[in-house]
Design a protein. Structure first.
Length: 140
């Protein structure tokens, strides 16, 4: 599928995610093997087969949910767009979203338009104390 803009690819990504459609999900991703997906608290999935298997597993385990997405930051370069978003899941009959997931979505322009190259999602800590900073490591 051809996506004329990164925003169109991102919209299709979240539509496929909410619909739990593996075919629609994989149509958003670049079809070369230099892609990666990191689901919250999980190891990286590298390459088309691993990314598809990860989404298949997630969709099979998921119940009904809706997702709201809020853009937090964007970086645009020629042929590459990085979008940092907050994902808010509303599960089943719940009326309020769960605590947000922070996701980084990377889109590349190829011969067929814009496609996802990376999705990295992790829970966002709300409130509390941020982790302590570690001193820099001196390598030489």
């Amino acid at each position: 599928m051809n996506f004329p803009t990164p925003e169109a690819a991102e919209s299709a990504f979240y539509t496929a995610f909410e619909a739990r459609s593996l075919d629609a999900m994989m149509a958003v991703w670049s079809d070369d093997n230099v892609i990666a997906c990191i689901h919250p608290l999980s190891a990286p999935l590298n390459g088309v087969a691993a990314v598809a298997a990860g989404w298949r597993s997630m969709f099979e385990a998921a119940g009904q949910f809706r997702i709201q997405v809020e853009l937090a930051h964007e970086i645009r370069e020629a042929g590459l767009v990085i979008r940092i978003v907050r994902e808010y899941l509303i599960v089943g009959q719940e009326t309020e979203p769960r605590p947000p997931i922070l996701a980084t979505n990377v889109y590349r322009r190829d011969a067929d338009g814009w496609h996802m190259a990376l999705h990295h999602a992790s829970p966002l800590q709300i409130g509390g104390t941020p982790p302590a900073r570690m001193p820099p490591v001196v390598l030489h």
